[in-house]
Design a binder for this molecule. Structure first.
Ligand code: CMP
Length: 134
């Protein structure tokens, strides 16, 4: 089992000045930040990161949104990181997310859902390599 996951504080998180609150929440849940940077994805970069969603009805809007402003990818470490982080961010649709999850607390819509978390150990490795190549 891998102990690392990739999180992204998405453009709406930065635009709404939620970065400090979200990082505080993550640290309070016992995650360690192993790497972190701020960048502004170009459309081609967002297309590469979200290639798995190409063809879905929300894809074009997703690319536009993720390249609309800066975001903060980070590598998080904790035992069972992928699963535990997905628990604390909540479901994709913030209206369905459990209470006291990041998306329930802060996200406005399914698309602009404030935070990303890898959905498997395999994808975590790929996503970490995307933002933090060795
Ligand atoms: P995330 O799970 O981080 O990665 C895929 C993203 O696509 C997801 O967050 C949302 O931002 C977006 N997404 C997924 N499903 C939908 C949907 N049904 N409608 C709009 N956006 C979606």
């Amino acid at each position: 089992m891998n102990n690392k996951t990739l999180a992204i504080l998405k453009p709406d998180c930065l635009k709404r000045n939620l970065t400090g609150k979200v990082i505080d929440f993550i640290l309070n849940k016992g995650f360690t930040i192993k790497a972190m940077k701020q960048l502004h994805l170009t459309e081609p970069e967002a297309e590469r990161f979200y290639a798995v969603h190409k063809g879905k009805d929300f894809y074009d809007e997703l690319i536009e949104y993720m390249s609309s402003g800066p975001c903060i990818p980070m590598v998080l470490e904790k035992e069972n990181a992928v699963e535990t982080f997905r628990e604390i961010i909540g479901t994709t649709d913030p209206k369905e997310a459990a209470e006291n999850t990041l998306r329930r607390l802060y996200a406005k819509t399914t698309q602009r859902n404030t935070v990303h978390g890898s959905d498997s150990d395999e994808n975590a490795q790929k996503e970490i390599a995307f933002f933090f190549p060795l």
